[in-house]
Design a protein around this ligand. Structure first.
Ligand code: HXC
Length: 258
């Protein structure tokens, strides 16, 4: 498949997707999001890919939804086309672990896209924000919800009501990002984390991801019960036999990903 708004590099067992509309700071138009969605679905179905990195360029991860494209949208069109739901939800449906590697701005939909990923690694230059208030709107791809769950009400209100940007250090301090690295190292570090994840059993990484995500959907006790059932289920996998056997026999595991 040929894409014109993203660049895909497969380096089995990982894949790197670069958002690629540099002239508009990777503004996320429909065409880009359709390609990203299609690409993620294909990678998710590809057994040779066990972790995915999404990045932008050194100036921008993405400056948000494409304002020029959004400008003419009215309610009935947005309603009929289920504006953004159709194209964006694949990111959260992807069962393969996805890492956002952010340098420069991640604003509005760009910040929301990064927050849909499982891990967020920031370069020192990264700046996050939900500046929709400046356009007379509010976040629409889960920003008000995911940001609040990630950083709490105080910071989320601050960012959404003032539209200000938050730097990488502040973002790490308040729990939005997993790690901050030097700009020159960003993609390599993200790929190294992806390779580390890809080196484990795909079954194990998928159920870990599922369990952590469940924490956002349930009460504590229901989440703990969910986790326990997944643990019991994991006892039936071939990779669980292999992982424990390899540890006890002091050898490297040979995962079957089943
Ligand atoms: C369309 C955009 C854009 C965007 C930048 N551009 N962001 N086009 N949609 N989100 C375009 C500019 O119009 C300009 O085009 C070119 O990219 C370069 O941008 P400049 O503003 O000249 O660059 P700079 O001065 O470096 O400022 C960078 C910036 C600023 C801080 C990122 O562009 C900015 O504030 N952008 C808007 C950020 C924003 O409001 N995001 C939220 C969008 S709403 P020309 O043709 O002049 O070269 C949103 C809602 C989500 O995301 C709802 C659900 C998904």
């Amino acid at each position: 498949m040929n894409y014109s708004n993203i660049l895909l590099e497969k380096q089995e067992p990982v894949a790197l997707i670069r958002l690629n509309r540099p002239k508009v700071h990777n503004a996320l138009n429909n065409a880009l999001m359709s390609e990203l969605s299609e690409c993620l679905a294909a990678l998710d179905a590809d057994d040779t890919v066990r972790a995915i990195v999404i990045t932008g360029n050194e100036k921008a991860f993405a400056a948000g939804a494409d304002i020029a494209e959004m400008r003419s949208l009215d309610f009935s069109q947005a309603y009929r086309e289920e504006f953004i739901t159709a194209n964006w939800e694949q990111v959260t449906r992807c069962r393969t672990p996805v890492i956002a590697a952010v340098a420069g701005v991640a604003l509005g939909g760009g910040c929301e896209l990064a927050m849909m990923c499982d891990l967020l690694i920031a370069a020192e230059s990264a700046r996050f924000g939900q500046p929709e208030v400046k356009l007379g709107i509010l976040p629409g791809a889960g920003g008000s919800q995911r940001l609040t769950r990630a950083v709490g009400k105080a910071k989320a209100m601050d960012l959404c009501l003032t539209g200000r940007m938050m730097g990488a250090e502040e973002a790490e301090r308040c729990g939005l990002v997993s790690r901050v690295v030097a700009d020159e190292q960003l993609v390599e570090e993200a790929l190294a984390v992806a390779r580390e994840i890809a080196g484990y059993s795909a079954m194990a990484t998928m159920i870990n991801k599922e369990a952590v995500n469940q924490a956002f959907e349930t009460t504590l006790q229901a989440g703990i019960d969910y986790e326990r059932r997944l643990l019991w289920a994991s006892f039936t996998t071939e990779d669980r036999q292999e992982g424990m056997g390899a540890f006890l026999e002091k050898r490297a595991p040979a995962w079957k990903h089943r």
